[in-house]
Design a binder for this molecule. Sequence first.
Ligand code: SF4
Length: 342
Amino acid sequence: MTETNPAKNRPAKAIVLLSGGLDSALAIRLMLNQGIAVLAVNFVGIFCTCGARQEGGGNLAIDVAQSMNVPIRVLPMGMDFMRIVEHPRHGRGRGVNPCIDCRIFMLRRAAQLMDEESAAFVVTGEVLGQRPMSQHRQALDLVERESGIAGRILRPLCAQLLEPTQPERDGLVDRARLLAIRGRSRQEQLALAKELKVEVFGPPAGGCLLTDPAIARRVKDLFAHCPDYDMNDAEAATFGRHYRLHEELKVILGRSEQENDRLQRLAGARPLAEIAGRPGPLALVRGVLREGDRERIGRILRAHGKHGDRASEKVCWLIEDREEYFTAHGVASEDELARWKI
Ligand code: SF4
C-alpha cells in the first residue's frame, strides 16, 4: 500500500461525508488507518436526524470528528435543498424524502470542496443494500454518475463489492484493507467499531423527518399552498399541530412551552395568537384571513387549552409588537378539528 501521494510526497486527502452515525465514523477511521488525511463534512438540515443531534442543539458529527482528531466543516441545507425536496428528479421514498437527489446534492457540494481543498477523492459510509431507496446498486451508480466525480467516490465499508475506484487504482488506498459489508444488519459495523476503537458515534437508526408521514403531509401542504414559503415555514412543518382552515390560511399550534417558543422565533412579521391570561398553546397564523377566521382560530386555541366551563375567553392577537384582543365564543369541535387537520 502507498500511504502518501507520490506526486506531492504528502498524505493524500479525502473529503468524508460525516453524518455522526456509526458507518461514517468507521469510514473516517478506515481512511486514517491508511494514512489518508481527512476533512469531514457534515450537512445540517432542519429535517435531518442522521447526525443524531443531541439535546440542546449540539452536533454529534462534531464530537465524532473531534474524537478522531479530524477537522470538520458543517454545511447548512437551506432553500436550495428545499427546491430539491419540492421537485426531486429521481422520486421520493415513503414520505417526501428525495434520498437520491439528496445524495447527489451532498456529493456535488463535496466535489466542490474536493477541488477547493485539493483533495483526491470523496468518501462516504454507505453500505450496499442498507437503505432501500439510496443504497442499492443502481442508486449508487446513478448518484455517482450525477455527482460529477464518477470514479472518485470511495465507499470503504462496501468497496470490495464495487468496482475499484480511482484512488484505489492510483495506489492511494489499499483495496485489500477495504471491506465488503452488505445489508441492513449492523453487527459487522459494531464489531468493527470495537476492534478499531471507534467509540463516539450516534445511534444506528439515523434518519430524516421527511420520511415521517405526518411531516410529509405538512410539507406537501406547504408546497401546494405557500409558493412563497421560506425556511421558517419549512421548519415549522416539523413540529406542532397544523390546521388548514381554507386554501389561503393555516395555523400551527405549539404543543409545549418549547414549541411555543420555537413558533415565536419563526413568526417574523406573521401574527401569533394565544388565550389571554392563562398558559396554553401559541398559534402561528400563516396566510390570508377571511371573515370569521380569527374567531375560528380562537376556538381552536380553546380546544387545546384548559378552558374550564367558560363559555368564552379573550384571545390576544400579536403582530410583531402590537397586541389586539377579541373574544372567542365556544370551542372547536372534534369534527372541525379533524376536518382542518393537516
Ligand atoms: S433520509 Fe434521505 S432525504 Fe433525508 S437526509 Fe438522509 S438521504 Fe437526505
